[in-house]
Design a protein around this ligand. Structure first.
Ligand code: ATP
Length: 311
C-alpha cells in the first residue's frame, strides 16, 4: 500500500556502533562464523536525507573523506532503497544525501547505519508503510549489522550478529574514539583470525561453534558501571586486526597511559574505542590523543537507533 505523504524530503539519523563484546565461533562449512556480540549504539550518527526522484542516486558530504566511496548501485544505501521499493512495489526512486560521520571500513558499522536510515527514510518519504517488522527483515538481508543500526540502544547479537535481543542497560558510557586514516576489510580480518587459530591450534582452546556473551559484560551494562565494563570488554577480532595494522597497538597504549579505563578495537577495526570513567576523563583523553596528532571524536552510548528527525 502507498499513502500519498506529500513529503518532498525526509531526514533520518542512524548511529554507529561499538562491539563491547565480540566472540567469534569456529569457521563454518560455508566460510562464515557465528558470533556472539554485545552492541552499543553511540552518538556518532549518519544523517540521511531522502528526496523524491525518478531514479536512485546517492551523494556524500561531511567530515569523513568519501572521495573513494562508490556511489553506484553497489552502495549499501542504494541497495537498501531499491530493496524497499521492490518490496513495496513502489515505482519511483529517491535521491539520498548522506552526511558521513562514521569512518568508512572503520569497524563501526557506518555503511550499515546508512542502509538502516535509508530503509526508514524511503518508507516514510514514499508512504509505503512497510512497517518496522518488514523493515527489520530487509535490514537483515542487507548485512549483519544493519538490524542493530535500525534498533539501536544496547543489544545482544547472535548468528551472524543479526539475531538481536535487547539487553538491559543503565546510564551513559563515555567513549573516546581514535579514527584511523585507513580502513580494514572485515573479511580479511576474519581470514587473519582463522590463520591465527590454525597456527596456534596446539596452544588455544578450539573456538565454540555457538559462542555466547559472558555474563559479566551483561552485568556491567545493567549496572551502568564503566569500571566493570572496562574489565569485561572483549574482542576476538582485536588480535588479527592488530596483526594486520600493528600501528594500532601504539594507539591502545597511548590511550591507556592517558587515563582510559580500557581500550578496544571496535569490531574489525581499525577504530580504537576508549572507555572513560566520566566526561572529565573523556575530555582529558581527547586532548592527549589529539596532541599526539590522532583524529579523535567523543561519543556517548547507548543512543537510539534509526529515527526520523523533523528539521
Ligand atoms: P562493519 O563494522 O559493519 O564491518 P565497517 O564500519 O567496518 O562495517 P563500512 O564503512 O560499513 O565498514 O563499509 C565497509 C565497506 O562497504 C566499505 O569499504 C565500502 O566499500 C562499502 N560500502 C558500501 N556502501 C557504503 C556506505 N554507504 N558507506 C560506507 N561503506 C560502504
Amino acid at each position: 500500500m502507498t499513502v500519498n505523504t506529500g513529503l518532498r524530503t525526509v531526514h533520518v539519523r542512524a548511529p554507529g556502533k561499538i562491539n563491547v563484546f565480540l566472540k567469534v565461533g569456529a569457521v563454518m562449512d560455508d566460510g562464515y562464523h557465528d558470533v556472539a556480540t554485545a552492541y552499543q549504539a553511540v552518538s556518532l550518527y549518519e544523517e540521511v536525507r531522502a528526496y523524491q526522484a525518478d531514479d536512485f542516486s546517492v551523494s556524500f558530504t561531511g567530515p569523513i573523506d568519501t572521495s573513494e566511496l562508490i556511489t553506484d548501485g553497489s552502495n549499501l544505501a542504494i541497495r537498501a532503497a531499491r530493496m524497499a521499493a521492490h518490496k513495496a512495489g513502489y515505482r519511483g526512486g529517491v535521491h539520498l544525501e548522506i552526511v558521513k560521520n562514521v569512518p568508512i571500513a572503520g569497524g563501526m558499522g557506518g555503511g550499515s547505519a546508512d542502509a538502516a536510515a535509508t530503509l526508514l527514510a524511503c518508507d516514510t518519504l514514499w508512504g509505503t508503510e512497510l512497517g518496522r517488522e518488514e523493515l527489520l527483515l530487509l535490514a537483515a538481508r542487507l548485512g549483519a549489522d544493519v538490524p542493530f543500526a535500525f534498533t539501536g540502544g544496547t543489544a545482544i547479537g547472535t548468528g551472524r550478529g543479526d539475531q538481536l535481543s535487547p539487553a538491559l542497560a543503565k546510564g551513559t558510557f563515555q567513549w573516546v574514539l581514535a579514527l584511523a586514516d585507513f580502513g580494514s576489510s572485515t573479511p580479511e580480518v576474519y581470514r587473519e583470525l582463522d590463520r591465527h587459530r590454525d597456527r596456534h591450534a596446539q596452544d588455544i582452546f578450539p573456538a565454540q561453534t555457538q559462542p555466547s556473551v559472558d555474563a559479566d559484560v551483561l552485568q556491567a551494562l545493567r549496572a551502568g558501571d564503566p569500571h566493570m565494563l572496562a574489565e569485561s570488554l572483549y574482542n576476538d577480532l582485536q588480535a588479527p586486526a592488530l596483526h594486520l595494522a600493528p600501528s594500532l597497538a601504539k594507539v591502545l597504549e597511548l590511550g591507556e597511559a592517558n587515563g582510559a579505563l580500557a581500550g578496544i578495537v571496535s569490531g574489525s577495526g581499525p577504530t580504537v574505542a576508549f572507555l572513560a570513567a566520566d566526561l572529565d576523563g573523556a575530555l582529558e583523553l581527547q586532548i592527549a590523543l589529539s596532541a599526539a596528532r590522532y583524529t579523535v571524536v567523543r561519543a556517548t552510548g547507548p543512543v537510539h537507533g534509526a529515527r526520523v528527525i523533523s528539521d
